[in-house]
Design a protein around this ligand. Structure first.
Ligand code: B12
Ligand code: SF4
Length: 360
C-alpha cells in the first residue's frame, strides 16, 4: 500500500462510505462491521507479558513476527484503518452441546469446526467487500485477513465496537454472545472510526471457575499450554497426562468457557449455510470415529478446519476420549483393533495404550 490512494480519495464523503461499507458487509452475510485506527499500544504490553510467561506454548507464530502483530502498518505499509467484521456460527441447537459433553461415548467437536472451514468462507466474503469498496471509490490499498497472519483480531474488533474481550479472552457482545468469527480488511483510507465497546463481564467468573483445566489463570489471561483447544488442535506432540482426564470426550477444541457464559443465551443462529454441521462429524460415537482409516479422515474432513491437525493427532485425541469413556467390550475392542493398524505414529500408539490402561 502507498499513500497515493489515500490522497486520491480525499474527495470521498467518508462517513457516507462507512455507512455503505456496513450495509454491504451485512448484504454479504457478515453480522456486523466496525472501523478502528491502528493504535494497539495497551494490547502490545499484554501480548508481550503473555509471551514472556511462555503462555503461547509451542505456537511460535505468536512471537516470530515481532511487532507486526500489534502495529498494523508494519505488517502492511500504509495501513491507517482497519475494517473489522464478525460472523456468527451458532446453530439453533447449540445448547445440545452440554448434553453431548455429558455422554462419554460420543465425540465432542467444538461448535465452530462442525461446518466448512471458516477461513475459506470469510476470506472470500472479505475480498468481495473490498472489491465493492473499490467499485465505489476506485483503486485503494488493502489486505484481507481472518486468522491468517499476525493480526491482533480481538483487540481490533473491540476497538471497532464489535464487542468486548471477556474474562475468557474471547470477544463477546451483549446482543449475540460470543459464537462468532472475526475477520479484517487493512485499508489505507482515512475513514471515521467507531467507539470501542464497553465491558459487561461485571463480577461474573463462570468461565474462570468452570474451565475444565483451569486454563484461565486470571481474568483476560488464558495460559494456552493448559487450554484444551491448544492441547487438541495446536499441540503436535503427546498431550501431557495430567490433562487427559479433564479433556473428557473433547476431541477437537473446547467450548466450555463460552457455554457457561450468561451472554450466550442471546446467541443468534447463523444464516450461513456453509456453517451447517456436517453429518459425518456431528454426534458421532468415538468408536466409530476411531475406525476411520487415514483415507476416511481425509475424505470426511475435506474443506473442514479439522483436517489441519492431521490423522495422527486425530487418533491421539480420540484415544483420550475413549480412555475417558465408560468401560465396555466395544470400547476396548475398538482400541485394540486400531493398534493393529501399521501406519500409526509413536504418539498415537502411546495414547491408545494409555486408553487401554484406563480400562484395566
Ligand atoms: C492463538 C489463538 C488461540 C490460542 C490462544 C488463545 C488466546 N486466548 O490467545 C488457543 C489455541 C488456546 C485458542 C483457542 C481458542 N480460539 Co483462538 N485464536 C488464536 C489467535 C490466532 C491469536 C489470539 C491472540 O492474539 N492471542 C494473544 C493473547 C495475548 O491474547 P488474549 O489472550 O486475547 O489477550 C488479550 C486481552 O485479553 C488483553 N489482556 C491480556 N492479559 C490481560 C491482563 C489484563 C489485566 C487485562 C485487563 C487485559 C489483558 O490483551 C491481550 C492482547 O489483546 C486468534 C486469531 C488472531 N489472529 O487474532 C484466534 C481466535 C482468537 N480464536 C478464536 C476461537 C473461536 C477460539 C476457540 C473458541 C476455539 C475452540 N472452540 O476451541 C478457543 C477459545 C479459547 C480461549 N478461551 O481463548 C476466535 C475468537 C472469536 C471470538 N469471538 O473472540 C479467533 C479470533 C479466530 C477468528 N478469526 O475468529 N486460540
Ligand atoms: S476453551 Fe476450554 S480449556 Fe480453554 S479456556 Fe475455555 S474452558 Fe478452558
Amino acid at each position: 500500500m502507498t499513500g497515493e490512494s489515500n490522497k486520491a480519495h480525499s474527495s470521498v464523503n467518508r462517513q457516507a462510505l462507512v455507512d455503505k461499507i456496513k450495509t454491504w458487509a451485512r448484504e454479504l452475510g457478515f453480522d456486523a462491521a466496525g472501523i478502528t485506527d491502528v493504535d494497539l499500544t495497551d494490547h502490545e504490553k499484554h501480548l508481550d507479558t503473555w509471551i514472556k510467561k511462555g503462555m503461547h506454548g509451542q505456537m511460535d507464530y505468536m512471537h516470530k513476527h515481532g511487532t507486526k502483530r500489534t502495529r498494523p502498518n508494519e505488517l502492511v505499509e500504509g495501513t491507517v484503518r482497519v475494517i473489522s467484521v464478525r460472523m456468527d456460527y451458532s446453530q439453533e441447537n447449540i445448547k445440545q452441546a452440554e448434553k453431548i459433553l455429558k455422554d462419554s461415548e460420543i465425540a465432542y467437536i467444538s461448535r465452530y469446526a462442525l461446518g466448512r472451514d471458516y477461513h475459506k468462507v470469510i476470506r472470500t466474503k472479505l475480498k468481495h467487500l473490498a472489491k465493492r469498496i473499490e467499485a465505489e471509490i476506485g483503486p485503494f490499498g488493502y489486505r484481507v485477513f481472518t486468522d491468517s497472519a499476525p493480526v491482533l483480531e480481538k483487540a481490533l474488533a473491540e476497538k471497532s465496537g464489535l464487542g468486548w474481550i471477556g474474562k475468557h479472552s474471547n470477544l463477546l457482545n451483549s446482543k449475540t454472545g460470543s459464537w462468532f468469527f472475526l475477520g479484517e480488511i487493512y485499508v489505507d483510507i482515512d475513514l471515521p472510526i467507531d467507539s470501542p465497546a464497553s465491558n459487561h463481564c461485571g463480577t461474573c467468573r463462570n468461565c474462570i471457575d468452570l474451565c475444565p483445566t483451569q486454563a484461565i489463570v486470571g481474568p483476560y489471561q488464558v495460559d494456552a499450554r493448559k487450554c484444551i483447544s491448544y492441547l487438541t488442535i495446536e499441540l503436535r506432540e503427546s498431550i501431557p497426562e495430567k490433562y487427559r482426564k479433564q479433556i473428557g470426550n473433547r476431541i477437537y477444541g473446547c467450548d466450555d468457557c463460552q457455554l457457561v457464559c450468561p451472554w450466550n443465551k442471546f446467541a443468534q443462529a447463523t444464516n450461513e449455510k456453509d456453517f451447517t454441521p456436517r453429518a459425518q462429524l456431528t454426534d458421532k460415537k468415538l468408536v466409530d470415529l476411531l475406525d476411520w482409516s487415514e483415507m476416511d479422515f481425509l475424505k470426511h474432513t475435506e474443506g473442514s478446519a479439522i483436517r489441519r491437525i492431521g490423522y495422527q493427532a486425530w487418533v491421539r485425541n480420540i484415544a483420550i476420549g475413549l480412555g475417558n469413556a465408560k468401560s465396555s467390550n466395544t470400547v476396548i475392542s475398538a482400541i485394540k483393533r486400531k493398534l493393529l493398524e501399521d501406519n500409526l505414529s509413536e504418539m498415537a500408539i502411546e495414547h491408545l495404550n494409555w486408553a487401554i490402561d484406563q480400562h484395566a
